[in-house]
Design a protein. Structure first.
Length: 248
């Protein structure tokens, strides 16, 4: 444990998009730099629409999403959750900005309610736990049907044609300590994923409140992905019905 961050194995496949920046920022946090400053100090391939500030900068009574929208500043706590949120902002600035705009539009319509409506609920699930998958139709159909044997065993060679990128910062946080039941809410990327930047641009244009309110997700136990976890090389890995549940 180091200065609010546990050790992170940046060699894991799911961290590949974030590893270069993440290692630098984590080292600065270990050396005592606040997370907000460590994120702000990273060199960026494209302009990020926010600056990271300490959580204490968020004024009392102001909604987090509204503050980001109005000020261009993202309140950041110490710890893994907001550390990964910052890395996602740096790599998916257009998608994160779009989510922020959609949140603020929903707040303007309904105010801050004790129970989120379908749109804000979908937005939150996406922001916290989404992953993006570009894959052949057969793989997506097996995933949507929760046909785990077909998805991971019969169609295993097809995974070489698939691209899976994790987006949700809570999902990334959980996977610092990998456990078999950890599940992503997968959103299908219909455009070819040539780079994180191109995926970011496509995703930001594709998102809408109505679409997310409909929960357009498939549920994927992340450690079942071929090449992502050594234990899944054994076909019996997928026989665990507590994780790979049959469709209802």
């Amino acid at each position: 444990m180091t200065a609010g961050l546990p050790d992170i194995d940046w060699t894991k496949a799911w961290l590949a998009p974030y590893a270069a920046q993440g290692q630098v920022a984590a080292a600065r946090v270990r050396a005592g730099m606040p997370t907000s400053l460590a994120l702000n100090a990273l060199p960026l391939p494209q302009r990020t629409p926010v600056q990271f500030v300490p959580q204490s900068d968020l004024p009392a009574g102001v909604a987090y999403e509204s503050y980001i929208f109005q000020s261009g500043r993202c309140p950041t706590r110490e710890g893994l959750h907001d550390f990964f949120n910052g890395l996602v902002w740096l790599n998916f600035p257009h998608t994160k900005r779009r989510l922020n705009q959609l949140h603020v539009a929903q707040i303007a319509q309904t105010g801050i309610q004790p129970v989120r409506g379908p749109a804000r609920d979908g937005l939150t699930v996406f922001d916290e736990n989404a992953a993006f998958l570009q894959a052949p139709d057969a793989l997506w159909e097996a995933l949507a049907a929760k046909d785990w044997r077909r998805l991971f065993v019969d169609l295993r060679p097809l995974w070489a044609q698939a691209h899976l990128v994790l987006f949700g910062h809570a999902l990334l946080e959980k996977l610092v300590s990998p456990r078999k039941p950890i599940t992503a809410h997968v959103y299908r990327a219909h455009a070819a994923i040539h780079s994180i930047a191109s995926l970011d641009t496509w995703m930001a244009a594709d998102l809408s409140a109505d679409k997310l309110a409909a929960k357009p997700f498939a549920h994927l136990p992340v450690l079942g992905v071929p090449g992502w976890w050594p234990a899944n090389e054994t076909p019996g890995f997928y026989d665990d019905l507590s994780v790979f549940r049959r469709p209802k």
